[in-house]
Write a protein that binds this ligand. Structure first.
Ligand SMILES: Nc1ncnc2c1ncn2[C@@H]1O[C@H](COP(=O)(O)OP(=O)(O)OP(=O)(O)O)[C@@H](O)[C@H]1O
Ligand SMILES: [Mg+2]
Length: 291
C-alpha cells in the first residue's frame, strides 16, 4: 500500500523569516490579481514589467499561476529553463533584462500539466518564495491565477512585507462584480490596493478609425471610485496582442509605439507614485512610533 509522505512541520514564523531574508534584495513586491479569469492579468503583468524595465528599473516576474502559466509565452521565454545552484534557483533573464520564474521552466515540456491539490500548491509556492535567488530588484510582479484561492492567499499572507496588489478588470458589469471580490479579499487581508487597471477598454477599428467600446466603457474607473482605490488607467484592445502571444513574442518590445504599450508606460508611472505614497506613510508611522 502506498504510504503518504508527511511534510516536516515548520512554524509559520520560521518560513516567514526565511522568505523575508530571501527577498531582502527586492524593494517592492506587487501581486497582480483579479476575481475573474481571462481579463488579461498575465498580459498586464508581463507588459507592466517591460514598461518598468524600460524606465530603468530592475524587474522580476514570478508566474504564480501553476495550473495555467502564460508568462513564458507572453515574455517570449517559452522553452527556457531555470537552473538550481547552491545560491538557489536562478531565474531566466527575458527581454529588457526582466528576470522570470515560472513552473513551466521546470517541467519536461509545455504540455505537461501540474496536478497538485491545494496544499501541494501552497507548498510549491513557499518553495519558490524561499529558494529563488532574485538578487537586487526594484519591483517583483507576481502573476496570480484568477480568484481568491490558495495561491493569492499564500502570497498575501506569507510574503511578510508585500507592497500591495494591482487589480485587473475589464469594462463589463459582470467583471465589476467579481472584481469587487478581489478588492474585498485584499482589504480583509490588509493588502494595500495600489489601484485598478482596466484592460480591453475599447477597440479602435483600423477601417474607420472609430473606437468601439466592445465590453462597455468606464467600468474600471467606476469600481475604483466605489471602492475608494486609485484608478491606474486603461489598456485598449489590440489584435496584435493576441498575435504576439500566439507567436510567443513580447508585445511591449515588438510594438512600443502602440496606444496599448504607451498606456503601460503611464500605468507604470502611476504605480511607482502610489508605492512612493505608501512608503512615505509607512516611514511617517515609524517616525511617530519612535518618538
Ligand atoms: N488588451 C488586449 N487586447 C487584445 N487581446 C488581449 C488584451 N489583453 C489580453 N488579451 C488576450 O486575452 C487573452 C487572456 O489574457 P491573459 O491570459 O493575460 O488573461 P488572464 O486574466 O491572465 O487569464 P487567466 O485568468 O486564465 O490567468 C490572451 O490571449 C491575451 O492575449
Ligand atoms: Mg493568467
Amino acid at each position: 500500500m502506498a504510504t503518504q509522505k508527511k511534510l516536516p512541520f515548520r512554524p509559520i514564523k520560521e518560513i516567514e523569516e526565511s522568505i523575508r531574508k530571501r527577498l531582502s534584495g527586492v524593494k517592492h513586491k506587487v501581486a497582480v490579481m483579479s476575481g475573474k479569469g481571462g481579463v488579461g492579468k498575465s498580459f498586464v503583468t508581463a507588459n507592466l514589467a517591460f514598461a518598468l524595465a524600460f524606465k530603468g528599473y530592475k524587474v522580476g516576474i514570478l508566474d504564480a499561476d501553476f495550473y495555467g502559466p502564460s508568462i513564458p509565452k507572453m515574455t517570449g521565454t517559452e522553452g527556457h529553463r531555470v537552473f538550481a545552484t547552491d545560491r538557489g534557483i536562478i531565474p531566466v533573464v527575458g527581454p529588457l533584462g526582466v528576470k522570470i520564474v515560472s513552473v513551466d521552466f521546470m517541467l519536461p515540456d509545455d504540455t505537461t500539466p501540474v496536478i497538485w491539490r491545494g496544499p501541494m500548491l501552497s507548498n510549491a509556492m513557499l518553495e519558490l518564495l524561499e529558494n529563488v535567488d532574485w538578487g537586487e530588484l526594484d519591483y517583483l510582479l507576481i502573476d496570480l491565477p484568477p480568484g481568491t484561492g490558495d495561491a493569492p492567499l499564500t502570497v498575501a499572507q506569507m510574503i511578510p512585507d508585500i507592497t500591495g496588489a494591482v487589480i485587473v478588470t475589464i469594462p463589463s458589469e459582470v467583471s465589476q462584480k467579481v472584481v469587487m471580490k478581489s478588492i474585498n479579499f485584499a482589504k480583509k487581508l490588509k493588502l494595500p490596493i495600489l489601484g485598478i487597471i482596466e484592460n480591453m477598454a475599447g477597440f479602435t477599428c483600423p477601417c474607420d478609425g472609430k473606437t468601439y467600446p466592445i465590453f462597455g466603457s468606464g467600468g474600471g474607473k467606476k469600481i475604483a471610485e466605489e471602492a475608494g482605490v486609485p484608478f491606474l488607467g486603461s489598456v485598449p484592445l489590440d489584435p496584435r496582442i493576441s498575435e504576439c502571444n500566439d507567436k510567443g513574442v513580447p508585445f511591449f518590445v515588438e510594438y512600443p509605439e502602440t496606444p496599448a504599450a504607451k498606456a503601460f508606460l503611464s500605468i507604470a508611472e502611476k504605480i511607482v507614485e502610489e508605492i512612493k505614497k505608501i512608503d512615505q506613510s509607512k516611514s511617517r508611522e515609524e517616525t511617530s512610533k519612535g518618538s
